[in-house]
Design a protein around this ligand. Structure first.
Ligand code: ZN
Length: 161
């Protein structure tokens, strides 16, 4: 079965930047499941997955404009520490944290830590980076009507309600 719209795809991945630094990876043996064609992944990554089937391995390199966009200067903001979602015991520069906003939590990078306030860079942590995804497709199946109505995958590696 090939990957196309309204298929639920589970896959394992490793993500590196252009210098080969590991940025992120799926947990070993725990593939991520998503519903294809519903904007659940970066569009360029979905495009690279289209037409693949279970067992396929490939890598795809995405320049910043096809990934998380360029690094925008001046996106530093001073926020109260209490606006950080599940703050770690000790905040340190360069840590990636999530800031609670009216639109929900967004990732940010810690620049400077004060007593009650913290300076954060609100660029996406991967902004300005060329990303290389190494992907292994684990399984492809038809989505259920519920999944298509919700716009996401259910079950292992997907959404739980
Ligand atoms: Zn759902």
């Amino acid at each position: 079965m090939q990957i196309e719209n309204n298929k639920v795809v589970s896959f394992l991945y490793h993500l590196r930047d252009a210098e080969g630094t590991a940025l992120e990876e799926s947990e070993p043996g725990l593939p991520l499941a998503y519903l294809h064609g519903h904007n659940n992944l970066l569009p360029a990554l979905e495009e690279a997955l289209t037409g693949r089937s279970a067992g396929d391995r490939f890598s795809v390199t995405l320049p910043p404009e096809k990934a998380y966009g360029p690094l925008v200067p001046g996106k530093t903001q001073r926020i109260p520490i209490k606006h950080i979602v599940n703050p770690p015991k000790r905040l340190l520069p360069d840590m990636i944290i999530h800031v609670q906003t009216e639109q929900g939590p967004i990732p940010a990078k810690v620049i400077k830590v004060g007593k009650f306030m913290v300076d954060v860079d609100l660029n996406h942590p991967f902004a300005g980076k060329t990303l290389e995804f190494q992907v292994e497709v684990v399984s492809v199946r038809d989505a259920t009507e519920d999944e298509i109505a919700h716009g996401h995958a259910h079950g292992d590696g997907g959404h739980h309600h």
